[in-house]
Design a protein. Sequence first.
Length: 135
Amino acid sequence: LGGHFADAEKRAVGIRKRIPTSRKEAEFLENLSQRAKQHQVLIQDYRRGEVTRTDQFSRMQVQLQCIGSFGAICNFVGAIHELERLTTIDRLEIVAAEDPDRYPINLTIALFHRRAAPQVTKLSQPPSERELLTR
């Protein structure tokens, strides 16, 4: 059991290292664009989507419209999973096309970043009984 716990902790540490402390959206887009070019996929549109927050993390969706051959799309999706940054693919839609080298795809990717700990302010003096009752 101790070995399994150590393995799980090691994986968790590895995952946390892949989650940056800020959004770093421009850096992600640059990495994504390089992978798309490398795999001969054309990114036609990039849009920010829904953002959800927890106490520790923010999750931002990114929506892409791309074009590429089926093989190029598969290689591109594989390259997304190999990025240093933790990402998940929420949605992948490949539309039938007459030209086998130009499949349109819609792709929704989720990016994660850690949220800063809230600042705790210290009161110079405790609130009065009256202040407490009026809250």
